[in-house]
Write a protein that binds this ligand. Structure first.
Ligand SMILES: Nc1ncnc2c1ncn2[C@@H]1O[C@H](COP(=O)(O)OP(=O)(O)OP(=O)(O)O)[C@@H](O)[C@H]1O
Length: 212
């Protein structure tokens, strides 16, 4: 398995977070968090349930506003980075259950700007062909995660924000996604992932304290 698409990813390839404080409701999740994510690098956010890993990813994606601190992206304003340079893959994958997988993949990937070749590459490397005529709601959790992941392959974006990306996958597909993640890093991409299990690529760990 591999992707031989060869094109260079666009900048920016780095996130800089400084002095970040984040609350949810009445609760302060963390204060004064700093992190730099460089091109070619993966960072694994670890910590207990409720520590704030997903919340940090959501703040980087621009879905929630921090109490204090700064999140910046190399060479480009945050709004543009979030619109054009980030792939977000969360617990809620945004896939519509009633649509055939083929239509849903085409809809999502084309909305992100994928062409036919990108979609075909994603179908190939994620072995989606046998699943494409099934409605999304009929896919198993692992099959559905592969379908959700397909847009990251169909459209190249430099920053991947992943929330427990491997949790429903079996050993074979964890390994396969490790290959795809490594290819992304080798092209100069970056990965920031919330995890309970180790990522299948070399990654720097950042423990988010707290949790309950
Ligand atoms: N919309 C919300 N309103 C209020 N509190 C929230 C909201 N979303 C999350 N929280 C709270 O923020 C805290 C951190 O949640 P978050 O999902 O970031 O944790 P996590 O580290 O990703 O946990 P897990 O390992 O269980 O996925 C939790 O206590 C959670 O209840």
């Amino acid at each position: 398995m591999g992707i031989e698409r060869g094109s260079q990813l666009d900048r920016p390839r780095m996130i800089s977070i400084s002095g970040l404080s984040l609350s949810r409701g009445e609760r302060v999740l963390f204060r004064d968090l700093s992190l730099t994510l460089a091109s070619g690098e993966a960072v694994a956010l670890t910590g207990a349930n409720g520590a704030g890993k997903t919340s940090l990813l959501r703040a980087v994606a621009g879905f929630i506003r921090p109490d204090a601190g700064n999140i910046s992206f190399a060479d480009v304003e945050a709004d543009e980075a979030r619109a054009k340079h980030i792939h977000w893959l969360g617990h809620l994958d945004g896939l519509k259950g009633a649509r055939p997988a083929r239509d849903e993949l085409a809809f999502q990937a084309e909305w992100l700007g994928a062409g036919h070749d990108g979609i075909a590459a994603a179908i190939d490397v994620l072995a989606l062909e046998p699943l494409l005529d099934l409605e999304v709601r009929k896919l198993s959790a692992g099959q559905r995660r592969r379908l959700a992941f397909a847009r990251l392959i169909a459209v190249q974006r430099p920053i991947w924000l992943l929330d427990e990306p491997l949790s429903p996958l079996d050993a074979r597909w964890r390994e396969a996604l490790g290959v795809l993640m490594q290819a992304h890093l080798d092209r100069g991409g970056a990965i920031l992932a919330a995890v309970h299990d180790p990522l299948p690529v070399a990654a720097r760990a950042l423990d988010i304290g707290g949790g309950r």
